[in-house]
Ligand binder design. Structure first.
Ligand SMILES: Cc1ncc(COP(=O)(O)O)c(C=O)c1O
Length: 410
């Protein structure tokens, strides 16, 4: 695979030829094919889907359904199990609100990890506190993480009780870069516990298949897999959908108010959530983004990310003062999906971020929205996250810059 050649399909890198962009976990750059779809929609195709009888509107509705087929195929789901949302955070909230108000009962428990992304964790906290105001008490029980960065599946099993209704788990962690063995929760799922997966960092980095993972609910953002910001996906298993009431409803084709029954009726849970005018260009951009990933192939992507991760870990390991948090340091075999966090002893991570910026190298610093960032005693970290267009030279440039900064802190 020629990452340098792939870079050429990203106009961002033509605009910034010498930039070393290593913040792909925050968002990816967009290939020309994605930009073309966005432009074409705004310039030539703008209409409101599913509401009007003219060709432009009905054509847009059909295209959205084609994108739905493509997304469903990409994650091993059925089309009726896919809802378009504004992104992972939006997906979490839409699903969690509905679970809270139409599924969970007083005394129920939800297992989660306190160092997962704030978007995921805080949605559960808000739900718990809002339910409590109305007299329904649910308990959020944190499970631990192993030193290699994985969610501790044994701890999840230990903490599961008859009251456990949901396990919230992140597939690929945004700080530790480790992929959790979500499939090892299948026995709990068979007992009726809902497995709710945050696939925001794994999508586009490895094969993500809802059936293989054993996910009942799964959420991710399009902008981290080459599509436009404002695109997101919520997968909900079709059996589970029949037990949930969508709490986000409105105009569109997914739901209607029935005067006869004085109720909101809906096609299915996922479609009802697509209420109001959607971000059509963003949804359409998922199509070329998935085509781009498929054209390269997830195996190729995984192999490339794995080899850059090894280069990063080995290179960083040789720099005096570099310290890894849980994750790479404890991996038993080298590999990974392109996310490596570390700190440099005695040097503030933000200062390193500013210094790297001066050298045209973009990385993320801080604690990357981990839910417990205010309480944790971990100092800020530096996170390098690579994707398919990053080259060995990008990593070499980054490593020599960090080497210099570690020797001569600013
Ligand atoms: C693991 C994880 N979950 C959720 C999110 C939230 O994604 P978004 O801001 O696109 O909604 C992020 C963003 O970085 C993430 O890394």
């Amino acid at each position: 695979m020629n990452a340098g050649k792939i870079k050429e399909s990203f106009p961002f890198f033509t605009a910034h030829p010498s930039m070393v962009y290593l913040d792909n976990s925050a968002t990816t750059q967009k290939p020309q094919a994605v930009i073309d779809v966005l432009n074409k929609y705004i310039v030539e195709e703008n209409a409101n889907a599913g509401r009007s009888s003219y060709t432009l509107s009905s054509r847009l509705s059909r295209r959205i359904e084609k994108v739905r087929e493509k997304v469903a195929d990409f994650i091993g789901a059925e089309t009726s199990e896919v809802a378009f949302t504004a992104g992972a955070t939006d997906s979490f909230h839409k699903a969690i609100l509905s679970l809270g108000f139409s599924y969970l009962k007083d005394g129920d428990e939800v297992l989660y990890a306190l160092d997962d992304h704030k978007s995921f964790v805080s949605a559960w906290f808000q739900l718990r506190d809002t339910l409590a105001r109305n007299g329904t008490r649910i308990t959020l029980i944190p499970y631990s993480r192993r030193q290699n960065g994985d969610a501790d599946i044994e701890d999840i099993h230990r903490k599961t009780t008859l009251q456990t209704k949901i396990i919230a788990i992140t597939h690929l962690h945004n700080t530790y870069g480790a992929d959790s063995d979500v499939h090892l929760l299948k026995d709990l799922r068979e007992k009726g516990i809902i497995v709710f997966v945050d696939a925001t960092q794994s999508i586009g980095h490895m094969k993500v298949d809802v059936k293989e993972l054993g996910a009942d609910i799964m959420a991710f953002s399009g902008h981290k897999m080459f599509a436009s910001p404002g695109s997101g996906v919520l997968f909900v298993d079709k059996e589970l959908q029949t037990k949930l009431i969508p709490l986000f409803v409105g105009g569109g084709e997914g739901s209607w108010v029935s005067a006869a029954s004085s109720k909101v009726e809906f096609v299915n849970f996922c479609r009802a959530l697509e209420s109001g005018t959607l971000n059509y260009p963003a949804i359409l951009s998922l199509d070329p983004a998935i085509s781009f990933i498929n054209m390269i192939g997830l195996d190729e992507i995984e192999a490339h990310l794995g080899s850059l991760t090894v280069q990063l870990i080995q290179g960083l390991g040789k720099i005096p003062g570099v310290v890894f948090p849980p994750g790479p340091k404890y991996w038993t075999c080298l590999g990974g999906y392109g996310i490596v966090a570390f700190s440099v002893e005695g040097v503030n991570s933000a200062e390193i971020g500013y210094a790297l910026d001066q050298e045209n190298i973009m990385v993320r610093t801080g604690l990357f929205c981990r839910a417990d960032e205010k309480d944790t005693r971990i100092d800020g970290l530096i996170r390098v996250s690579v994707h398919i267009y990053n080259t060995e030279d990008d990593i070499k440039n980054f490593l020599s810059a960090i080497g210099r900064l570690a020797r001569n802190p600013c």
